[in-house]
Design a protein around this ligand. Structure first.
Ligand SMILES: Nc1nc2c(ncn2[C@@H]2O[C@H](COP(=O)(O)O[C@H]3[C@@H](O)[C@H](n4cnc5c(=O)[nH]c(N)nc54)O[C@@H]3COP(=O)(O)O)[C@@H](O)[C@H]2O)c(=O)[nH]1
Length: 574
């Protein structure tokens, strides 16, 4: 036995003879000095345990003030961290076994014990207690790890679910509400990509700290993983309380974070669901808060939205469109229509813009504005965009081979496609398969493509232009309209967004803007196309300002290929 581990033994024994025997045995120990404290009742023992540092307790189960297993329970309550050995009579062995279940480490049968047996029992009890403590500590650690986030130490998804369930049971009892606030950081990926994961991790920890500072002790801040956090606001009386907390939280997150000598700015978007209005269990409340969060993202980020049932319908609709879109290509439900571009000097067709159309088997024609954003989100835009490019090039080549002049074939390219590393190579492969001259192809990019500005943006642009593919900046005026993009990413053509052309008149802000854009583009030697020309007045206006080309319902709506071919046959025969 390790003497340092056993300096003081407390014997709780009311029988004076047994106590004496014990003292004598311990005195026989020789070199090992174990002090013996002696109590004759449990009450005395409890006092001694408070006043002295005791290493092990030896407990008789038949005390004047407590007997049997109750004695074990009281001793364990008074000294939960100490090893406990029970002293029992021969006929009480069954009780002694039960005492082990109650937390005693060993038992000794009175009258059958000698010094060696006593020392062995004490040593065994100390070792067993230490092993039990280690195992309990380990179990606690495992339980903690499985319910907490490694990085921030916040409760994770598992613990949050339990807390929501518990908060629901309290809300039922107290007839109150609770709110689940789902938070997703805006632009966190950019921090990770540009400054590295270690800085990203520190930012997440800083955000966790901010969130904790914004809530009350009864609330729970949890991390779901990645850049997602969920705050459980328990005991909410009105939905407005949740709105106040959400505002406070969004403002706190948006304050600058000083991380690794960087001043980092990040915002969050949030979705709120309320018990019992938006769900009666953790899963539904989380799902609905998540749906509302996506709505907040759509609304422009750094804001929050309360869940509304209509959002669910929208989410279900979105999922259904996504599932159908996956099959649309192979079922040949997609087709291209072509809208002519008109040279405003000659009045002749100088180009065609390919615009995708989806003829859904049950929903009918679905407009691209409805399914392209979904295709972009789930990256289905990659195979779809490739199909569009291939189909447009094959059509252009058919017209060219038929001797029909159509000018250039314009194809819309989404940011997801253009940011692919091998995009330019894919375009060349498609052109070559179709046998089409690259100079006949124009790719329409929006400013968002240039703004995203990944490593591959400039090389893709340069490679394509170097082979003669023309590049047009679509929807000009709706985004940042920054000239610096045009310097960094040179293009051949600007397309003025249709919102500027609509109901334009000689006076007014629109007129000044459009005139400025046309002049600026000409200074930069760019062609200018006015989109969405619907009336003679609009046409007259842009012609007077020297705009090069026009496109819009005034000239023609987008047409199926066969109708467009008829149009080309007519114009080519003139
Ligand atoms: N990545 C891809 N995006 C595509 C593709 N095909 C279309 N789109 C994009 O979807 C948006 C909506 O397109 P669509 O419904 O086809 O509308 C186009 C025209 O029909 C419409 N238009 C043209 N003239 C007029 C007009 O006089 N009035 C009026 N109200 N609408 C008009 O404008 C759309 C043309 O848009 P743009 O591309 O900006 O020239 C749209 O953003 C498409 O880009 C695809 O294959 N891939």
């Amino acid at each position: 036995m390790n003497s340092t581990a056993l300096r003081t033994l407390l014997a709780v024994e009311d029988n004076a003879g047994d106590a004496r025997l014990l003292r004598e045995m311990l005195n026989e120990q020789g070199g090992h000095n174990t002090a013996l404290l002696h109590a004759t009742t449990m009450a005395d023992a409890e006092l001694l345990l408070q006043e002295h540092a005791v290493d092990i307790v030896l407990l008789d189960l038949g005390l004047p003030d407590v007997q049997g297993l109750d004695a074990v329970r009281r001793a364990r309550a008074a000294a939960p961290r100490l090893p406990l050995v029970v002293l029992t009579g021969l006929d009480d062995e069954e009780i002694a076994g039960q005492a082990l279940q109650e937390g005693a480490q060993d038992y000794i049968i009175k009258g059958q014990i000698d010094l060696r047996g006593l020392l062995r029992a004490l040593r065994y009890a100390v070792e067993r207690k230490s092993m039990e403590d280690t195992a309990r500590e380990l179990a606690l650690q495992i339980a903690h790890t499985s319910r907490h986030d490694d990085l921030t130490g916040l409760p994770n998804r598992v613990l949050l679910n339990d807390r929501i369930d518990f908060a629901i049971s309290l809300a039922i009892r107290h007839k109150t509400k609770l709110a689940v606030l789902f938070l997703d950081l805006d632009g966190f990926k950019h921090v990770n990509d540009s400054l590295g994961h270690s800085t990203g991790d520190k930012l997440l920890k800083s955000i966790a700290g901010r969130l904790l500072n914004c809530v009350r002790g009864a609330d729970t801040v949890s991390r779901q993983g990645g850049d997602e956090f969920v705050v459980l606001l328990s005991d909410v009386t009105r939905a407005e309380d949740a709105a106040i907390s959400a505002n406070k939280i969004l403002q706190a997150v948006a304050q600058v974070h000083s991380v690794d000598e960087h001043d980092l700015h990040v915002t969050a978007s949030g979705g709120i669901s309320i018990y019992p209005d938006d769900g009666d269990n953790a899963e539904t409340l989380m799902k609905n808060a998540d749906t509302a969060m996506y709505q907040a993202k759509d609304m422009g980020r750094h804001t929050y939205r309360f869940f509304k049932p209509a959002m669910n319908e929208k989410a279900v609709e979105r999922l259904s469109i996504e599932a159908d879109l996956r099959r649309a290509l192979e079922r040949e439900e997609l087709e291209l229509h072509y809208q002519p571009k008109i040279d405003l000097t000659t009045g002749l067709t100088c180009g065609a813009e390919a615009l995708i159309r989806w003829n859904h088997p049950t929903r009918g024609w679905i407009p691209p504005a409805q399914f392209i954003p979904i295709a972009e989100d789930c990256r289905l835009i990659l195979p779809i965009g490739e199909w569009v490019l291939g189909e447009a090039c094959r059509q252009a080549q058919r017209w060219a081979e038929a001797g029909l002049w159509f000018g250039t074939m314009a194809v819309n390219v989404s940011a997801v496609q253009f940011c692919e590393l091998n995009f330019a190579q894919r375009v060349f492969a498609i052109l070559s398969q179709a046998g089409m001259d690259p100079k006949r192809l124009e790719l329409e990019l929006t400013e968002s493509v240039l703004m995203k500005g990944t490593e591959s943006t400039a090389p893709n642009l340069q490679t394509l232009r170097s082979e003669g593919v023309q590049m047009a900046l679509d929807d000009f005026g709706t985004g940042y309209s920054s000239l610096s993009y045009l310097e960094r990413f040179p293009v051949d053509c600007l397309k003025i967004d249709q919102s500027f052309i609509r109901q334009i008149s000689a006076v007014g802000a629109k007129s000044t803007l459009v005139t400025t854009i046309i002049n600026m583009a000409h200074t930069l030697k760019l062609r200018v196309v006015a989109e969405g020309v619907e009336t003679k007045e609009e046409l007259q206006f842009i012609k007077n300002r020297g705009c090069d080309e026009g496109q819009g319902y005034y000239f023609s709506r987008p047409l199926p290929s066969s109708v467009f071919t008829q149009r080309l046959l007519l114009s080519n025969s003139v």
